[in-house]
Design a protein around this ligand. Structure first.
Ligand code: SF4
Ligand code: SF4
Ligand code: SF4
Length: 489
């Protein structure tokens, strides 16, 4: 591939696509015959989505109406029940890793997309007048609100520890996919309502898997434009982009679900399924994040800080001192989890991001609060995602040892009882805390490296990105301090 230059002309929000860094060679996975045949197969990705749907429904069934017995350790029961174990201890950590490393690869096999696709087709066949999703709906605002709600329910109602609540969570997602599929057109659930859509879009920006057009000349001379034609949109397979993207112009991982439809639709065979280095220099960078993305990154910066602290009890106790004092003072113990959530998701991030704005201003940057936060968001998201990977790893290694026993007793009550009477020893962690901590440190430092590079690529002509090192380095330092704490407990 010809090396290109990526330059911003100095005005925020305007790009010329040239870059000072060499564009590394990408590998087109479709050159491998097995992968090409798989992607071109009529059953792709439906077959895999169908399999995941079976797992999804089975987990909802396994968790259904199961609560920890009175007096039992709720956290331990979450590890012995297959639904909570797989959803929160395996799937969720794996998704964080997959998003950062491979972009939106999970979307390729996601059962919720299949459900919304089928209900959308069913609604159309029944003559339901389906609506277009409004611009504000696809801005990400609803998704951020839903994500915040889920995290509040995790901290307040512990839906991640109670199999029955996890079951309701899965059923709720399926119902939302059905309803939005019936009511709206064009992959509305994914574009405007999926609670993890913003996480995948933000963490997955630098992912190594990407669908991109090949030669611009071929697209320019293409008369069929099958990847775009509205008449192809509702075909069973080889559709024009169901999410209304313009495949020849896709230049970031943000919105593409790697569903492969445009690859199949393109008659001149000009779409590629690329494996590329992390944070590919050829992708477009937004100098300022949108407001929903900014709010999302603020929220997860606090959430991930708390999540990392859960591996270090003394640190967590200190972090939650203020909300605990407030809930003691108010005398409403039921609300303490929600107060903790509010503290971690809203109050701490607001304090941190405002402080960062002050510091950046003191150092000489003359931007307002809103543009400073928007400029901070995407590079800081890289550090946050690295911290999230560290936590996901720590969680996985402490939960995954329960998998063999949970496969033999999916409901987990017998296992719980066996653990209580010490007829069964608690499975050991897959990695000792010190190894998890070392890997965590490597991840966070690696995150800082890519975050600095992202900021430089988004503002190549501006020296002020040195001032913006402060938020990234501060958060990295905080994460490193916490990860050191993991071995002190
Ligand atoms: S956006 Fe959400 S619902 Fe759509 S494919 Fe991705 S994870 Fe699934
Ligand atoms: S159908 Fe293929 S060649 Fe034609 S515009 Fe789309 S991606 Fe380009
Ligand atoms: S651009 Fe292609 S791979 Fe991406 S969502 Fe659209 S059809 Fe699917």
């Amino acid at each position: 591939m010809t090396p290109k230059l990526q330059v911003l002309n100095g005005e925020e929000g305007t790009h010329r696509t040239q870059t000072a860094e060499r564009v590394p060679a990408d590998f087109d996975l479709l050159r491998l015959r097995a992968i090409r045949r798989l992607v071109m197969w009529r059953g792709f990705p439906y077959f895999f989505q169908g399999l995941m749907l079976i797992v999804f429904v089975a987990l909802a069934q396994i968790g259904w109406e199961h609560y920890a017995p009175t007096g039992a350790n709720q956290k331990l029961y979450a590890k012995t029940n297959l639904a909570t174990l797989l959803v929160w201890g395996v799937w969720w950590p794996a998704m964080i890793w997959i998003a950062v490393l491979l972009g939106r690869a999970w979307c390729m096999v996601c059962p919720l997309e299949l459900v919304s696709n089928v209900s959308e087709r069913f609604g159309r066949s029944q003559g339901i007048r389906q609506l277009h999703v409004r611009r504000w709906m696809i801005s990400g605002a609803i998704i951020v609100a839903l994500y915040a709600l889920i995290q509040l329910l995790v901290s307040g109602a512990h839906i991640n520890r109670v199999p029955a609540y996890t079951s309701w969570f899965l059923i709720g997602l399926l119902l939302m996919a059905v309803i939005t599929g019936l009511a709206f057109k064009d992959r509305a659930f994914c574009r405007g309502f999926c609670p993890i859509g913003q996480l995948l879009a933000t963490y997955g920006r630098g992912g190594m898997l990407a669908v991109r057009a090949g030669s611009g000349q071929t697209c320019g001379g293409c008369t069929g434009k099958d990847c775009l034609m509205a008449c192809n949109r509702y075909r069973p397979d080889a559709r024009s982009c169901p999410g209304l993207l313009n495949p020849p112009r896709v230049n970031s991982n943000r919105d593409c679900l790697v569903c492969g439809q445009c690859i199949k639709a393109c008659q001149p065979d000009n779409m590629r399924l690329l494996l590329r280095p992390l944070f590919h220099v050829g992708d477009v960078r937004e100098p300022l994040a949108s407001w929903p993305t900014t709010l999302f990154v603020m929220l997860v910066s606090g959430f991930v800080t708390w999540e990392l602290l859960t591996e270090w009890p003394k640190g967590e106790e200190t972090f939650l001192k203020v909300p605990n004092l407030v809930s003691q003072w108010a005398g409403v113990s039921w609300s303490s989890g929600y107060l903790d959530g509010l503290w971690a998701l809203v109050i701490v991030p607001l304090g941190f991001w405002t402080l960062m704005w002050f510091v950046v201003r003191l150092l000489g940057e003359n931007s307002g609060l809103s543009s400073t936060w928007q400029r901070m968001a995407l590079p800081v998201a890289v550090v946050v995602s690295a911290g999230h990977m560290a936590k996901a790893l720590a969680k996985f290694v402490s939960w995954a040892g329960f998998l063999p026993v949970a496969m033999t007793d999916p409901v987990g009550l017998n296992t719980l009882e066996a653990l209580r009477v010490k007829a069964l020893a608690e499975p050991t962690r897959l990695l000792p805390p010190v190894v998890a901590a070392v890997l965590g440190i490597i991840l966070v430092v690696g995150g800082l490296f890519f975050a600095v590079r992202e900021a430089r690529l988004a503002h190549p002509n501006s020296l002020s990105h040195y001032l913006y090192l402060v938020p990234k380095v501060s958060l990295t330092f905080a994460f490193l301090l916490i990860v050191f704490g993991w071995v002190l407990k």
